[in-house]
Write a protein that binds this ligand. Structure first.
Ligand code: NAP
Length: 516
């Protein structure tokens, strides 16, 4: 029998979610955990998205961990480089490196209902864990549409999240596909240096001004000297967004005022009425994520840019054909076409009780209890799970709520004593999702007259939380044990005492040496 490593908790992914989980585990006194990361460095989506112009739409002081404030953010809205550096800093400051296994892509994880643990096969070997925390992230698997003839394209083709930095676009004819948050940052960043830029716009976006500015040395010194000022700033940013949520969730008509501002933002940069008409959305603002930019519209008005009002439908050699029939020649294609969000790719690799994969369980749409646990997948929880996304505020707030839930989950397991696992009751999962979907009915994401990646293939919104971040914080403060079944090993099953007794803190990430 082969020896293998056993840990109390295996965290998947070293992005914001996974690193946050690692910090929280250490703070809870749990040191017997690993973070399995497929790449060679931390950062998740902020490592992978290095496209020109990549930056965050949530202000820096709110888009950071509450337990790791950064008084030195250089701008009100941070660029990718600074956010990635922040995550590297968090990794070092909280001593997380010894826990992280790089190059350890999870291939498959299977629940063992006799031993009550997860068997995990990774690119770097096999291990078992009492609890799995999946923080693989919703923006981790690029989506490239299946365009007929794409294989025949002779030039470079890449996705925004896999930017080819060796490809020099200077003077080239470049086609950008999509008008989401990524594409609208790429367009102004590359427009000055490309020969011709053709933007394939399937649906126009609502774009608001971006109140970005440098944070000066005096302001930063104040934050360093008086940490309370950083907290106040964060609180203010949070409070304003918290007040705005109701317009998205209950009173979408109030958003008409915001539409006027977005129209003005376009009108001040785009003087050509035909182009303006092309760029004007026909759905309520907020239905898709509201985008922020001061340079997107000015870039589109430049003479070397064409906006094609249609998606990319076909490729014939170097000719790109749009759904409206128009054609454009290109030397390179950049797909800003988003990610596999509602069909969470890791779900294919999770095999729960009874040999059923999470993907099969979620065939008709993702659903989890309080965004974390799926029925039939004991001791497995996800960070940024179903219906935990936000339309207007910082995902870090939601991640931290889920970390509270994780911490309480582990405390409950400890309190049960002996070997035990928790499996979400199907009726509790259903009840939670009924409530979520009931509240969803009035939201702008469902009623605003658009399709978006918030909705799954059945048109159900399985991504966004239809409330305030404080409501979610309250709902995830504690694990309600009545919502779970407590599992115990089958009678007579002899499990080694050191194989994760459920008794709390381990002694590090050293191998427990469990015979399998
Ligand atoms: P996205 O929002 O999913 O946008 C994908 C775009 O591709 C949409 O405009 C979509 O059109 C278009 N598309 C898909 N197939 C197409 C085709 N065949 N032809 C033409 N267009 C096509 O993806 P994303 O821009 O990468 O953003 C994903 C998420 O990442 C964001 O919503 C946000 O949460 C995050 N993000 C944030 C920032 C930021 O903070 N600034 C920046 C980047 C990303 P339709 O609209 O018609 O579907």
């Amino acid at each position: 029998m082969a020896e293998h490593e056993h840990v109390r908790v295996a965290v998947i992914g070293a992005g914001f979610g996974g690193l946050g989980a690692a910090v929280r585990l250490r703070r809870e006194g749990v040191t017997d955990f690993v973070v399995l990361e497929r790449a060679g460095s931390v950062g998740g989506t902020w490592r992978d998205n290095s496209y020109p112009g990549c930056a965050c739409d949530v202000p820096s002081h709110l888009y950071s961990f509450s337990f790791a404030p950064n008084p030195d953010w250089p701008r009100t809205f941070s660029g990718q480089r600074h956010i990635r550096a922040y995550l590297e800093h968090v990794t070092d400051a909280f001593g997380l490196r010894p826990h992280i296994r790089f190059g350890a892509e999870v291939k498959r994880m299977t629940w063992d209902d006799e031993r009550l643990w997860w068997e995990i096969e990774t690119g770097g070997g096999r291990l078992t864990a009492d609890v799995v925390v999946s923080a693989a992230g919703p923006l981790s698997e690029p989506r490239i549409p299946d365009v007929p003839g794409l294989d025949s394209f002779p030039g470079k083709v890449f996705h925004s999240a896999r930017w080819d930095h060796d490809c020099d676009l200077t003077g080239k004819r470049v086609a950008v596909i999509g008008t989401g948050a990524s594409a609208i940052q790429i367009v102004p960043a590359i427009q000055p240096r490309v020969g011709r830029l053709t933007l394939f716009q399937r649906t126009p976006a609502w774009v608001m001004p971006r109140a970005d500015r440098a944070i000066g040395p005096a302001e930063r010194a104040l934050h360093r000297a008086l940490p309370l000022t950083t907290r106040l700033r964060r609180g203010l940013l949070w409070g304003v967004r918290e007040l705005q949520v109701q317009a998205f969730t209950r009173y979408p008509d109030h958003l008409a005022v915001v539409e006027r501002l977005a129209r003005w933002n376009m009108a001040r940069a785009v003087k050509d009425p035909a182009l303006r008409a092309k760029l004007t959305p026909d759905y309520r603002i907020g239905c898709k994520r509201i985008l922020l930019s001061n340079d997107y519209y000015p870039a589109l008005a430049r003479p070397n840019v064409d906006v094609v009002a249609g998606g990319l439908a076909e490729v014939r050699g170097s000719t790109l054909i749009a759904s409206d029939g128009s054609e454009a020649e290109a030397d390179a294609i950049v797909f800003g076409t988003g990610f596999h969000v509602t069909d969470m790719p890791i779900a294919e690799r999770v095999v729960g009780a009874g040999g059923r994969t999470l993907a099969e369980t979620w065939r008709d749409g993702m659903e989890a209890l309080r965004g974390a646990s799926a029925a039939g997948f004991p001791n497995w929880m996800t960070i940024i799970g179903p219906n935990t996304g936000l339309g207007n505020s910082s995902m870090i707030l939601m991640i931290e709520s889920q970390l509270n839930y994780l911490a309480d989950y582990l405390r409950r397991l400890d309190a049960l004593g002996g070997r035990a696992a928790l499996d979400a009751r199907p009726e509790a999962v259903r009840a939670w999702n009924r409530r979520v979907q009931e509240r969803m009915r009035r939201t702008v994401w469902n009623t605003g007259g658009c399709t978006s990646w918030y909705l799954d293939a059945n048109g159900r919104n399985t991504t966004v939380w239809p409330g305030t971040t404080s409501e979610f914080r309250r709902a995830t403060r504690r694990v309600d044990l009545t919502e779970y079944r407590v599992l115990r090993p089958p009678a007579g099953r002899n499990v080694p005492a050191d194989a994760g007794t459920g008794a709390g803190a381990g002694t590090g990430t050293e191998k427990a040496g469990v015979a399998a």
